[in-house]
Ligand binder design. Structure first.
Ligand code: ZN
Length: 286
């Protein structure tokens, strides 16, 4: 019998994937493992979660779900959400948008940002966390409205605002209505800042497009996670426009720090302590 007879005309696989842990081989269970794109280390998802999805070997920051992000930053049990019932409308009749929204709502997510009141290290704040798993964290009318209302409520209560961003930019399915949110949220930040209140943003991977070009970069203090991409237009678009090759570190948080767009890069495990300290330092008294 030839090899071809045995395997048919399909090419044979050149390699197989083996589980990493000897004890798992022994018991026959293979736990889900994630491979670090930076250093190649394979870590069990469970162990990675214990490190807030940061690679224990090289410090690479994997994405972190919005619920975990709230756990990371807000004091336990302190988060009280705002505007959970606001829902996007398919104003343009964009092909597939209504179905996409319906499927996401069905899965228990309501929009690409959660906002609410919380305490961080005992300091009361208004907190927003973007959800990159909801249509890439894109900003449509509801994200813009929730951000605007968060700033308005914080202004009324004279509380600081923390926005943790992750976004693919404006939501194309809502066209001009999405772009309008850039102006709307910027105006809300402007009114808030004019009252002398503190706004801190935390840029996480990736923060792009209309969110970068509006409320994400209008903060008094702009923090970023290591390695986060922070950009308005992508590198390909810029290279084509200016006809120049861009350096590989271009648009990473580290380059943004060097050029003054970002004030500090804060590893995820230190984020809560840094935020709590900044809030305590800027406390308006009362
Ligand atoms: Zn790594």
């Amino acid at each position: 019998m030839t090899i071809k007879d045995a395997f048919g005309s399909k090419p044979r696989k050149k390699y197989v994937t083996l589980p990493v842990y000897a004890e798992d081989l022994q018991y026959g269970a293979v736990p889900p493992v994630k491979r670090c794109p930076r250093c190649g280390l394979r870590t069990r998802e469970e162990e990675l979660a214990q490190h807030w999805n940061v690679c224990p070997a090289c410090g690479h920051h994997f994405p972190l779900a919005v619920e975990r992000r709230l756990e990371l930053v807000a004091d336990a049990g302190s988060f009280e959400p705002f505007d959970e019932t606001l829902r996007s409308v398919d104003v343009l009749g964009f092909p597939g948008y209504a179905d996409k929204l319906a499927a996401l709502w069905e899965s228990g997510r309501s929009e690409a940002i959660v906002t609410g009141r919380a305490t961080v290290g005992g300091e009361p704040v208004v907190l927003g966390v973007m959800d990159s798993e909801f249509m890439m964290g894109s900003m449509g009318s509801v994200v813009g409205e929730k951000v605007t209302r968060a700033f308005e409520r914080a202004l009324e209560a004279r509380l600081p605002v923390i926005m943790i961003t992750a976004s693919g930019g404006a939501r194309m399915q809502e066209g001009m209505v999405s772009l309008l949110q850039m102006a709307k949220t910027s105006a809300a930040v402007g009114r808030f800042s004019a009252a002398g209140l503190l706004y801190i943003s935390v840029l996480t991977h990736p923060t792009t497009g209309g969110v970068t070009a509006s409320f994400a970069t209008l903060a008094d203090i702009i923090l970023a996670e290591p390695g986060a991409l922070v950009l308005f237009a992508g590198p390909r678009v810029i290279e084509q426009t200016i006809q120049q090759k861009l350096p590989p570190e271009f648009q990473r948080a580290e380059a943004c720090l060097q050029h003054g767009l970002v004030d500090a890069i804060v590893p995820r495990q230190e984020l809560k302590a840094v935020l709590a300290r900044l809030l305590a330092l800027h406390r308006t008294g009362g």
